[in-house]
Design a protein around this ligand. Structure first.
Ligand code: FO1
Length: 345
């Protein structure tokens, strides 16, 4: 199995700060007629840019998982939000799949020499964004407002990028040996290798702006992200599943394609984590396994499921699970976005 690659082409950008780029207001159902993409970092970043282009001039709002967030030396790190923002700004390190292109790690290395834990490292250029975020949060802005501000500073005009929650809602991973560890400690510190007994989503309220985007939206897309760690975390937020269920068209994209090619790098790491977390919920990491996961854990939520042409052999199983399906070129972000735009049109 191979994960749908997140790496890709830039979004629509502006030349500098100050342009109105991201809706951060709440109330009034401003999502009317638009499309909302729910995503983690890796699976949805490339799709976000392509979908914004395919849907234009209609609105796309990208609602991003924040269950992976952690506090690091007093800074709020939002890996999925930043992967989406850097990707849209064409500044993502495409090799690593996270952080800023061309970054160095002098501060992280120096922290190591001072005896600080070295399992997690923020790049020097990436650190600048974290200092701005920390400063703005300390000044009392919500994560939604800060994200809009950062998007403008990075020159991202479309799509709108919103955190799924304004509050911390950290995902906790319970290992087979009973230890409960933070998501990043398991994912980065342990390379997602220890088997998982359970996943506990951090309870919290959905961000008002995210709910506002869903209110009156024409369609919602559950992106090709981890069904547990990304989509499951977003849907667990207070008010989120109900808001998604009220959207007339609800399309889920399989996060895996059965190419049977060997995986490497960040894609392999991400696929391992996805497999471990699905297993903890009694599921398997195949297109039909993910379909069954959605039906079992979010009954009635998905009304259309997209898989790749290569996975024709899974059609019967997916239909037996109770999902209607369509084919889409899942490894081609532009082709996938065009198919989605037709389906939600
Ligand atoms: N992933 C790693 O494998 N090692 C790291 O040290 C690391 C640091 C890091 C810093 C900022 C950031 O935005 C992402 C970072 N990531 C790192 C990636 C991150 O852990 C994952 O991509 C996501 O949490 C998985 O969705």
């Amino acid at each position: 199995m191979t994960v749908v690659s997140e790496l890709g082409t830039p979004a629509i950008r502006c030349s500098g700060a100050g342009e109105t780029a991201v809706r951060t207001t709440t109330g009034g159902g401003s999502g009317t007629g638009g499309v909302v993409l729910l995503t983690g970092g890796l699976g949805g970043a490339r799709l976000a840019a392509a979908l914004a282009r395919a849907l234009a001039p209609r609105d796309l709002t990208v609602v991003v998982n924040v269950g992976d967030d952690l506090d690091w030396h007093g800074l709020r790190v939002c890996p999925d939000l930043d992967t989406v923002l850097y990707s849209l700004a064409d500044q993502l390190d495409r090799e690593r799949g996270w952080g800023r292109a061309g970054d160095t790690f002098t501060v992280a290395d120096t922290l190591g020499t001072l005896g600080e834990p070295a399992w997690f490292g923020i790049g020097d250029r990436d650190l600048a964004l974290h200092l701005v975020r920390a400063d703005r949060l300390r000044a009392g802005q919500s994560l939604t407002e800060v994200t809009g501000d950062l998007a403008r500073r990075l020159g991202v005009v479309r799509p709108a990028v919103l955190p799924a929650s304004d509050g911390p809602c950290p995902t906790v991973v319970v290992l087979e040996d009973g230890r409960a560890v933070g998501f990043q400690e398991w994912y980065v510190g342990m390379r997602a290798e220890p088997p998982v007994r359970d996943v506990a989503f951090g309870a919290g309220a959905a961000a008002p702006a995210a709910l506002d985007a869903l209110d009156g939206a024409a369609a919602v897309v559950l992106g090709p992200s981890s069904p547990v760690a990304s989509i499951g975390t977003i849907l667990s937020l207070d008010g989120m599943a109900e808001a998604v269920a009220a959207v007339p068209r609800r399309v889920a994209v399989s996060p895996t394609v059965g190419t049977h090619e060997p995986l490497s790098g960040s894609v392999a790491h991400h696929a391992l984590a996805r497999r471990q977390l699905l297993a903890a919920r009694g599921g398997v990491d195949t297109p039909s396994g993910v379909a069954a996961h959605y039906v079992r854990h979010h009954p009635g939520l998905v009304d259309l499921y997209l898989i790749d042409e290569r996975d024709r052999d899974q059609v019967t199983e997916i239909e037996r699970a109770g999902l209607r399906l369509r084919f889409a070129p899942l490894l081609d972000a532009e082709g996938l976005a065009e198919t989605l735009a037709r389906l939600v049109g």
